[in-house]
Design a protein around this ligand. Structure first.
Ligand SMILES: Nc1ncnc2c1ncn2[C@@H]1O[C@H](COP(=O)(O)OP(=O)(O)O)[C@@H](O)[C@H]1O
Ligand SMILES: [Mg+2]
Length: 318
């Protein structure tokens, strides 16, 4: 079954689990039981949750919310099996926090999870900013926005720094047109895509104040706090492990001291700054090896030393 949504876009077929057309599935009798563990397993939810736990440091509140959403969708599915239907939950979200706090990464995981539980057809992430949605001239904005929406159908539309869509100082700004199209789709095509707005907390608050319609369509506001020093160090270890490097004890001390200084400076970008620092360290490590030695073993090739964190780590560049 292909459906046509607003703007004549072809809609992906709905997951049969979610379609409750008459006669499709016999409802279970009221005294039947279903095996929750088996259902979780079948949906593959635990794998996603476990990999989120394993691969993302900290973010306790975010992880709790992800688990709650997974539980809700699973229970909804089971209720449907008994013929107890409820309206499909609204899952448009807003992720607020500073750069590098994991918003994009979690949005990707969310898409994957929503796909596994059958809420989204595909669960892919389309990440955009104002320029992808808003045109420069009359008549350009609607086709641009619709094109993006079309790409995002069946998945997650992630709008980074969403507040740039709205320019209070300019009533005729084309951003307003994009907002109106988005609102319409968020309301009428909830089955087909999840919109996640992201950005700095204070600016996002301002955006919602000026756009109450948008605010009322967001079901989940999730805050991404800055990471603590220990979390940043853990993130560094995690990233290095994935690349098959390690920090010597002294190098960890050096890096920690640099971070402590750097995290209170402007333009510090949490885990993204850690990633950048690790990449610079790899560069220095490679040059150091070539400069210093003729013979090196596996350990030399995999272990970062204090000198690799020596240079301009405290500088402004990210
Ligand atoms: N909690 C975390 N644990 C491990 N790595 C993280 C964590 N948060 C972010 N990262 C990594 O930091 C980088 C920036 O994260 P990202 O999701 O792009 O942040 P944001 O979208 O908030 O700017 C990515 O490489 C991501 O994998
Ligand atoms: Mg991001």
């Amino acid at each position: 079954m292909r459906r046509r949504g607003a703007f004549g876009m072809a809609q992906p077929d709905r997951d049969p689990e979610w379609s409750t057309e008459d006669g499709q599935e016999e409802a279970l009798p009221a005294d039947a039981t279903v095996d929750l563990a088996a259902e979780r397993k079948a949906a593959g939810i635990d794998e996603v949750l476990a990999s989120v736990d394993r691969e993302l440091v900290g973010l306790a509140a975010v992880k709790t919310r992800i688990r709650e959403i997974a539980a809700l969708l699973l229970v909804d599915r089971l209720r449907e099996r008994f013929g107890v239907s409820s309206s499909r939950p609204n899952l448009h979200m807003c992720f607020t926090g500073n750069p590098g706090t994991g918003k994009t990464t979690v949005a990707m995981r969310m898409g994957e999870l929503l796909h596994r539980v059958g809420y989204l057809e595909q669960g892919h992430l389309v990440s955009v900013t104002r320029d992808d949605l808003v045109g420069q001239y009359v008549g350009h904005t609607a086709p641009k926005t619709k094109e993006v929406l079309k790409r995002a159908m069946g998945g997650v539309l992630f709008i980074d720094e969403a507040y740039y869509l709205y320019r209070a100082e300019n009533e005729r700004d084309y951003g307003q047109e994009a907002i109106e199209i988005l609102l319409q789709v968020m309301e009428n095509q909830r089955d087909d895509l999840v919109v996640i707005l992201a950005g700095y907390t204070d600016r996002m608050d301002g955006f919602f104040t000026s756009n109450p319609g948008m605010s009322s369509r967001i079901a989940h506001h999730i805050d991404f706090p800055d990471y603590h020093l220990d979390e940043l160090v853990k993130i560094a270890h995690l990233m290095l492990r994935q690349e098959r490097y390690q920090l010597s004890c002294d190098a960890e001390e050096t890096f920690r001291a640099h971070l402590q200084h750097r995290m209170h400076q402007p333009r510090f970008a949490n885990a993204r700054s850690v990633r950048n620092a690790m990449e610079r360290a790899r560069l220095r490590h490679a040059s150091r090896l070539l400069d210093e030695t003729n013979l090196c073993d596996r350990e030399d090739l995999t272990r970062l030393e204090p000198a690799d964190f020596g240079g301009n780590l405290t500088g402004a560049q990210e």
